[in-house]
Ligand binder design. Sequence first.
Ligand SMILES: [Mn+2]
Length: 292
Amino acid sequence: MKKRNFGILGFPWDGGASLGRPGARYAPKAIRETAQWLQNRIQDQKVYNVEKRQLIDFKEQQIVDYGDIDIVAYSTEATFKNAENRVLDILRDNAFPFILGGDHSISYPGIKALHDHTGGRIGIIQFDAHLDLVDDSPVQGKFSQSSQMRRALELERIKPHNIVQIGVRSYNYPWYAEYLKESGIVQITAREVHGMTHEEVIKRALDACKDVDYIYLTFDIDVLDPAFAPGSGANEPGGLTPVQCFSILDGLYPHIHAMDIAEVNPLYDHQDVTTSMAARVLFDCATARVGI
Ligand SMILES: [Mn+2]
């Protein structure tokens, strides 16, 4: 089988950050810069994973940077079309798309590309403080950072019971009470994650996706507690710890087919704390997928 390269694609867009703090357009550049710290450890295409006590050989799977998506600042539609086409290019290369957002609206074109390219049933594992299921809003419209999951649900082969939201918390709009009861979307709240083992969270997420063909993973940096990721689109106290995220993600990386990181906001970051988290997640995914 042709080896599957790991494709990084920057999506410097915060046109969907209509309620949260704008600034995520600077994230792809900042995450790439911070990731140099980890890339420095690659010698002769090898790197040692200290916690897994494992030597990783990148000869089996190259990391390819596909650059950034062309942004059309005045048009969400045109920008998303460009994004979808670029993700499709990566999938056609038989590479694994890893998209660096951008506010969380950026997930929709990535999900749509995986959906249309594969023709299969798609599950979505979403790490997030928020639900992002707003149908429409007079302030935010239909394609904002609060609606990408709702848009994804309109695609033919995405069903609510195959959507898992991990780390959700805080407060949200009253209509969610009824909607969540009826829709069948699977949620593991932040407080539930704190009361579960990593293995239990991994199992529940994969169980929800057991009747799909492909899994898209979206990681909103605000799933972390703001103490660990101050540079995000919004503060929601009571979030996950880095080790919880790293451990749960490790159990999911072998099972996924595309991924993004969203809502990293370098304008609100301190000493690269947040971009370091994102760079680590990027690097963990790239190394975990060697040989897959
Ligand atoms: Mn969020």
